[in-house]
Write a protein that binds this ligand. Structure first.
Ligand code: NAD
Ligand code: DAU
Length: 337
């Protein structure tokens, strides 16, 4: 199978590409990525010499570039990861988030329709459900109630993708995954930020009371779920992908400090995120029932591997932090006190 992977130089997309090539799951993998602050060719370095890999630096909002790529490469499937993925950035600066996540997805869907692409997997998120009331775990029919510009842009693109199945019979499948963690994650998200600050003995900024709940999914488990969906998922369907691991943020931070051998005095409570969703929790029953997939990596094991990776890859961290990272860090945290 020939895959076109948008956002394949980012955190999850690059894991998917490394796995696809390492496990010989694809005859060719074409990565289509704009290389924003979050895209990094170092993430593809372990497979960079594989002849099956091709990299194209381009924007999913650029219709001409998308069409040229589909014409030249004729992929069997598009796996669409490319997005502006950070909630806090979407609050400070929503325009690029709407442009890439909604208009970029529209551009891809239109080209996929025109070129008769046989499979389109849209990678969505559990954030489209908004905060989930206890004691429920959301299934795929839970109402969509996005809270941030990021989640609204993902909900919009998720529905748009499904409309291309209903209206044009484009073979679209949507996955909605929970919070991913693992190696190569840009250190703006909770787990890599807390690990990298802890390793540098810097304060760990916890929003509000730290009792917000997230469901944690090891990135390789997410990618295995995407392979399972590509293989066995039904057209026009939505599949939740959760880690069966709901934890309050403060517990996650404590576990990081403990595993890294750092003191709890590094924890700092700062002003909350506006519109902060209190709880995410998913049921995976549909995906497990239809494909046999289930998460394999427990949180303690995944966290230990992730901390080890950040310890061993300080150059990668230093490199990604040397760009515009500091400007965003100051913007996001200085005003929080
Ligand atoms: P990321 O920010 O690490 O990577 C995004 C990638 O997309 C980068 O390589 C970037 O260069 C590329 N990109 C951004 N705008 C682009 C554009 N206009 N054209 C082409 N490429 C562009 O994101 P991630 O955490 O790997 O998330 C990947 C996908 O998974 C996103 O769609 C996100 O919404 C979804 N998702 C993420 C999580 C999570 O916890 N990180 C959970 C569920 C779903
Ligand atoms: O649920 C899936 C979503 O998970 C994905 O769709 C998004 O792309 C991904 O960024 C993530 O969104 P969150 O907002 O849940 O992730 P983040 O890592 O930004 O925050 C996780 C929790 O930690 C959240 O409750 C906010 C809190 N937090 C985050 C940061 C960055 C803090 O307390 N302090 C922080 O500095």
């Amino acid at each position: 199978m020939k895959l076109l992977v948008t956002g394949g130089a980012g955190f999850i997309g690059s894991c998917f590409v490394r796995m696809a090539l390492r496990e010989n799951r694809a005859a060719k993998v074409v990565v289509y990525d704009k290389l924003t602050y979050a895209g990094n060719l170092e993430n593809l370095q372990p497979v960079a010499r594989r002849p099956e890999l091709r990299f194209i630096q381009a924007d999913i909002c650029d219709g001409d570039a998308v069409e040229t790529t589909l014409r030249d490469e004729s992929p069997d499937a598009i796996v669409h990861f490319a997005a502006e993925s950070h909630v806090d950035r979407s609050i400070h600066s929503p325009a690029p988030v709407i442009e890439t996540n909604f208009n970029g997805t529209f551009t891809l869907l239109e080209a996929a329709r025109r070129f008769g692409i046989k499979r389109f997997l849209h990678v969505s998120t559990d954030e489209v459900y908004g905060s989930i009331e206890e004691p429920l775990d959301a299934d795929e029919n839970y109402p969509l109630r996005a809270s941030s510009p990021y989640s609204a842009s993902k909900a919009g693109s998720d529905l748009l993708a499904l409309s291309y199945f209903t209206t044009y019979k484009l073979n679209v499948t949507v996955t909605r995954a929970s919070n991913n963690y693992g190696p190569y994650q840009f250190p703006e998200k909770l787990i890599p930020l807390m690990i990298s600050n802890a390793l540098e003995d810097k304060p760990l900024p916890i929003y509000g009371d730290g009792l917000q709940i997230r469901d944690w999914l090891y990135v390789e488990d997410h990618c295995r779920a995407i392979f399972a969906t590509l293989e066995k998922g039904r057209p026009g369907q939505v599949y939740n992908v959760g880690g069966n691991c709901s934890l309050p943020n403060i517990d996650v931070v404590r576990r990081i400090l403990q595993a890294a051998g750092k003191p709890e005095s590094l924890m700092t409570f700062v002003t909350d995120r506006p519109g902060h969703d209190r709880r995410y929790a998913l049921t995976n029953e549909k995906l497990t029932y239809e494909t046999g997939w289930h998460p394999e990596v427990g949180f303690d094991e995944g966290l230990a591997e992730t901390i080890q990776w950040y310890r061993e890859n300080r150059e990668w961290v230093a490199h990604v932090k040397s760009g515009e990272y500091q400007r965003f860090y100051d913007l996001n945290y200085k005003s929080r006190g």
